[in-house]
Design a protein around this ligand. Sequence first.
Ligand SMILES: Nc1ncnc2c1ncn2[C@@H]1O[C@H](COP(=O)(O)OP(=O)(O)OP(=O)(O)O)[C@@H](O)[C@H]1O
Ligand SMILES: [Mg+2]
Length: 253
Amino acid sequence: MKKIEKLKLENISTTYYSGEKKLAVLENMSLNVSPGEFVSVLGPSGSGKSTILKIAAGLLKPDSGKVWIDGEDVTGLPQLIGYMPQQDHLFPWKTTWQNAALPLLAEGMSKKEAYIQVSEMLSLFGLEGFADYYPYQLSGGMRQRAALLRTMLIDSNIMLLDEPFAALDALTREQMQDWLLGIWESFRRSVLFVTHSIDEAIYLSDRVYVITGRPGRNAIEQNIELERPRNRRLITTRDFTLYKQILVSALAS
Ligand SMILES: Nc1ncnc2c1ncn2[C@@H]1O[C@H](COP(=O)(O)OP(=O)(O)OP(=O)(O)O)[C@@H](O)[C@H]1O
Ligand SMILES: [Mg+2]
């Protein structure tokens, strides 16, 4: 029997037009995410990573190619899936709980119920006691966790995460990676994660796609067979270094 992927992008090509200018961004790019799998897309700036997520979320229709979710053709159709864009997009005039509750309120849940549901999740997201804070009163890591909580509360088992930790300092970033893996182990959503960072991609993922050039094309697809649950000691192992060598040379190709 043919395996049904949670998410599948097949031979995607896309071009942006701005005035007279035409920019081919992706060419024949394919990827898939199996149920419960953690997959990363690694590529240089401008290679089309954010464009891939917009296409996966149905916010952008590709020139050619198909997007499948659970075996259904959803190309160019906006999907109710957990999509966290490259900027956290928290509303500055809303508090943590109000920002996080948006997907619940959009589904028609009452404010009272939404408040209860968000409150139950706050400690898991390291935000206990900060329900009534505005984004400017939170640290960078807390803002990202609030945005991730909002993404998590979308009733969908796919999460598309666009460089959620790029703006954080190295130590906070490592803490957030471990925290995200903990959340993922508990909820086992299918994740498509975009990053510039080779170490981050290896540390988090079951599989990594390297996208290079412009238009962005698949360079390689690499399984990461490191034990789970992961811990920082893995970073100094020979296997980790070997994966790093493979990805470095794919990025240079
Ligand atoms: N709405 C748009 N109109 C025109 N060109 C665009 C648009 N969005 C993106 N581009 C161009 O498409 C290319 C790929 O952009 P994209 O944001 O997908 O790259 P990226 O890999 O996510 O980069 P980064 O790592 O810097 O976030 C870039 O050259 C960008 O200028
Ligand atoms: Mg991007």
